[in-house]
Design a protein around this ligand. Structure first.
Ligand code: AHR
Length: 327
């Protein structure tokens, strides 16, 4: 069992507690979870399975944290419920894993449990989304620049609709998630000063069903007045396609659609002309997260933040790259 410097510190703490007769949390790796083997035990607290992006991210993480690569992974998906995710992290702490990886559902609410992990000497690596807690409560974060993704989407809207008095509706991601908050900030900044009017903005929780339901409501309320839709992810945009078609309108023409993610189904809709522009959000974070965990457990110094680059796609570009996309 490899021991990190965090683990060593916790071990010293645990020995001190035993010496003074106090009960305390077990040192990482001492909880019977893979003890005696050379594998690094990792608990991964995933958000849930809300989207195609999430499925690709989970697959990338499971592949990178395989036994062949030196890990013993315990996976938990929290069904997009913050309380369930925090309780999964507490379970990992109680099991005494060597490291914990979290894709935090929301930005807030992490201070206590991150402190508990730190006190137990278990390093935490964040992947995908960020938290508002102090950055000395986790070892590192690897993810995407969500604000830039939103800005790129907004710049496309500005370029194509400024000066036309266009009406826009927004399908927001999970309320309180860094992905939704930062994308909204970047997008709003990019369309500021244009004559694009944001008629409505509601959450579809990053799901197809959510996107469909909210879009149905928009269509009932605003009908043909809607010119553009900005969906914070492909899945909500794909759900909205059903609603738009059911209302007798042509997606990509009557209502132009810009989304974020660039997963297979989204790129197919773009190549088919039903979406108009997609900003990529790369879900393949597994290898980078696994390398960070290894380094942290080995006591090496790591970067606090690692940003993975994204691209963007027009309809023509989507048609060109569709077959070669890995997810
Ligand atoms: O945090 C990344 C976002 O989460 C993706 O854009 C979305 O599809 C996912 O659910």
């Amino acid at each position: 069992m490899k021991k990190s410097i965090f683990a060593a510190a916790a071990m010293l703490g645990a020995l001190a507690m035993v010496a003074t007769g106090c009960a305390g949390g077990g040192a990482p790796g001492a909880g019977g979870n893979g003890g005696g083997s050379d594998l690094i035990t990792v608990g991964f607290a995933q958000t849930g399975s809300e989207s195609g992006w999430r499925a690709a991210n989970t697959e990338s993480m499971k592949k990178a944290f395989s036994e062949e690569n030196g890990f013993k992974l315990t996976f938990n998906a929290a069904d997009n419920k913050q309380e369930a995710q925090i309780s999964a992290v507490r379970n990992f702490i109680n099991q005494g894993v060597d490291a914990i990886v979290i894709a935090p559902i929301t930005v807030d609410g992490w201070d206590d449990v991150l402190k508990e992990a730190k006190d137990a000497g278990i390093p935490v690596i964040l992947e995908d989304r960020t938290v508002s807690a102090s950055d000395d409560l986790y070892a590192s974060w690897v993810g995407l620049d969500f604000e830039q993704e939103g800005r790129t989407a907004g710049e496309w809207v500005k370029e194509n609709f400024d000066g036309k008095g266009a009406n826009l509706v927004v399908l927001e991601g999970t309320t309180g998630s860094s992905a939704a908050l930062d994308r909204a900030t970047g997008f709003d900044e990019a369309i500021k000063g244009t004559d694009v009017k944001v008629m409505d903005s509601q959450t579809g929780d990053f799901t197809r069903d959510g996107g469909k339901k909210v879009m149905e409501g928009y269509l009932q309320k605003y009908g043909k007045d809607i010119n553009v839709l900005f969906a914070h992810n492909d899945d909500m945009g794909l759900g909205a396609l059903d609603a738009i078609k059911a209302a007798g309108l042509t997606p990509g023409k009557d209502i132009q659609i810009v989304t974020i993610d660039a997963v297979k189904d989204g790129m197919t809709a773009l190549a088919n002309g039903e979406f108009n522009f997609i900003v990529e959000c790369n879900p393949l974070l597994g290898e980078k997260a696994a390398a960070l965990v290894k380094d942290v457990v080995d006591g090496k110094t790591v970067e606090k933040r690692t940003i993975v680059e994204d691209q963007s796609f027009t309809q023509e570009q989507a048609a060109e790259v569709l077959d070669s996309r890995p997810y």
